[in-house]
Ligand binder design. Structure first.
Ligand SMILES: Cc1cc2nc3c(=O)[nH]c(=O)nc-3n(C[C@H](O)[C@H](O)[C@H](O)COP(=O)(O)O)c2cc1C
Ligand code: SF4
Ligand code: SF4
Length: 260
């Protein structure tokens, strides 16, 4: 295929695991020119035109599907036929229909899927008390991501045309359960530093007008736990009944899966 010189790394990644894997894939590709498009906080709708760039699209898995906020933010992208490497990042339970959904979204945005991978990141609900895929991606994951990037570029250089990419997943996609509004809360250890406000991708958190406390709009909260992980004082907590089950049942290490 025609030689490419630019890698575009696009991600939505509240707790940074999708970001780390996307960057490692970019490193493996090794092109001198890399552009990063971080959609985590980006609520703009003006189009981003992507032309002749090997594009990495990375998003977390929420409920076996692509995180809805990621899909919403990716709508700005105009692929113009650019080849895309798709990455679904999940918390060691399962990614179910997320990769196929990301594939279909990429096609509808005008990308040509070249390869895809499901990688594991520390679960958003993981805590030191109830770890779930704690510390992932680790060095082994990142090396696999670099190798995957290198092999994806080799595929591009080897082929004359891109054949339709087959990835794991079902159509119709898994139905999402109705969303129940909930959000993390602050303990008495909160000293209103505002770190969590800056970490929130949906602007659900604010400091109260009198500066005495943190307020959260649970209707805006996507339960990503970025605020919990960003709090320097461990004063932000999210109670999910799933955390104990995930900790107990999904403690066997899952490895990345890739599709060419
Ligand atoms: C609301 C929500 C739903 C999630 N659903 C799943 C899931 O279905 N399967 C899974 O393995 N992990 C699930 N996770 C965990 C995330 O996919 C995982 O932590 C991912 O690494 C987060 O990506 P980020 O660090 O880029 O934000 C979920 C996390 C959240 C917040
Ligand atoms: S980051 Fe932690 S300590 Fe700082 S305002 Fe938020 S909850 Fe409070
Ligand atoms: S308030 Fe909700 S959306 Fe905002 S960072 Fe915390 S968990 Fe994520």
């Amino acid at each position: 295929m025609n030689p490419l010189t630019t890698t575009r790394i696009v991600y939505f990644s509240p707790t940074h695991t999708s970001e780390k894997i996307a960057r490692a894939v970019g490193e493996g590709i090794g092109m001198p020119r890399r552009i990063e498009t971080d959609l985590t906080f980006d609520e703009s709708s003006s189009p981003i035109e992507i032309k002749n760039e090997l594009t990495i699209l990375a998003a977390p898995v929420y409920g076996g599907r692509v995180a809805p906020a990621a899909l919403k933010r990716m709508k700005r992208l105009k692929g113009n036929g650019s080849p895309a490497i798709l990455l679904a990042v999940y918390g060691n339970r399962d990614y179910e229909d997320a990769l196929i959904e990301l594939h279909d979204a990429a096609v509808s945005l005008g990308f040509t899927p070249l390869s895809a991978g499901a990688f594991v990141g520390e679960h958003s609900y993981s805590t030191p008390e109830l770890p779930i895929a704690e510390g992932r991606p680790d060095e082994t994951d990142l090396q696999k991501a670099r190798d995957f990037g290198k092999e994806s570029l080799q595929k591009w250089e080897r082929i004359a045309a891109v054949a339709p990419l087959k990835v794991k997943g079902n159509i119709p996609y898994k139905e999402l359960p109705p969303s129940r509004p909930a959000c993390p809360t602050c303990t008495d250890n909160c000293f209103v530093c505002g770190e969590c406000v800056d970490a929130c991708p949906t602007h659900a958190i604010r400091i109260a007008d009198d500066g005495s406390r943190i307020e959260t709009d649970m209707n805006l909260c996507i339960k990503c736990c970025a605020c919990v992980k960003a709090c320097p004082n461990r004063a932000r907590t999210f109670f999910s009944p799933f955390a104990a089950i995930l900790h107990e049942k999904f403690n066997t290490r899952r490895e990345p899966e890739v599709f060419f």
